[in-house]
Design a protein around this ligand. Structure first.
Ligand SMILES: Nc1ncnc2c1ncn2[C@@H]1O[C@H](COP(=O)(O)OP(=O)(O)O)[C@@H](O)[C@H]1O
Ligand SMILES: O=c1ccn([C@@H]2O[C@H](COP(=O)(O)O)[C@@H](O)[C@H]2O)c(=O)[nH]1
Length: 213
């Protein structure tokens, strides 16, 4: 397969801005329209560095919003493999344990891969691999409320731990790394996963990229 055999769409923005919702909505609708074997979704979060060698006490001190917390080397290796038509084994990350599990998810090459995550556009090497990039631009106070609810319900966190982490790393790293990466996005989308016009436009552009492959 040629290097252009896999179209990569990057969807980025703050934590809880709605990246997963917009990605899964586009994924589901394009799968229905084009077929399940054509479109795949990958979360950058799967590429958090393994922390199995650290105690739980040490793991909760890690700054998970700094680019160094990500194994972007492995992610880039995987994106290149997909472009060459090779399957990959994606690590499975556990947010409750703050570490990789022993499992992997086998992922066959697709015509389109929707890649979503907070730090994608901070890395020039990833920017070079993507065909289109989207920044989900949701006000930070809304993101915080959503994150608080989600982290307590789904990621085993207490109210106090969400507030402390938000003040110590989530907000400062957003301002230092994520917000400035907006300049590299092709499209900025307000209202995230519920912005029907933006979703329709993104789907149309993905189909256009597929038609011109
Ligand atoms: N536009 C929206 N309106 C209401 N709730 C939303 C909206 N977008 C996302 N959410 C909810 O907010 C939470 C975080 O959204 P998610 O897509 O998981 O964020 P991210 O992937 O950016 O961290 C989820 O519970 C999701 O259902
Ligand atoms: O072990 C971990 C790994 C990540 N986090 C937080 O997750 C978010 C990124 O995920 P989203 O789905 O985009 O919200 C990031 O802000 C990290 O702070 C964590 O708390 N623990």
């Amino acid at each position: 397969m040629s290097d252009q055999s896999c179209i990569i769409i990057a969807i980025t923005g703050a934590s809880a801005s709605g990246k997963s919702l917009i990605s899964s909505t586009i994924h589901k609708e394009l799968c229905n329209e084009l077929g399940y074997e054509e479109i795949g979704m990958i979360a950058e979060d799967s590429y958090y560095k393994d922390q199995g060698h650290l105690s739980f006490k040490e793991r909760i001190k890690t700054n998970y919003d700094h680019p160094n917390s990500m194994d972007h080397d492995l992610l880039i290796q995987h994106l290149k493999a997909l472009k060459l038509g090779n399957a990959i084994d994606i690590p499975v990350y556990n947010y409750v344990e703050h570490s990789r599990t022993q499992e992997v998810t086998h992922f066959e090459p697709k015509k389109v891969v929707i890649l979503e995550g907070i730090l994608l556009l901070t890395d020039e090497r990833i920017r070079q691999e993507v065909n289109m990039s989207v920044f989900v631009d949701t006000p930070l106070d809304i993101c915080f409320i959503r994150r608080l609810q989600r982290d307590m319900e789904e990621r085993g966190r207490s109210l106090q731990s969400v507030i402390e982490q938000y003040q110590a790393t989530v907000r400062p790293m957003f301002l230092q790394f994520i917000e400035p990466s907006k300049q590299y996005a092709d499209i900025v989308v307000p209202q995230g996963g519920k912005n029907r016009i933006a979703i329709n436009m993104l789907k149309a552009q993905i189909k256009h990229l597929l038609d011109n492959k």
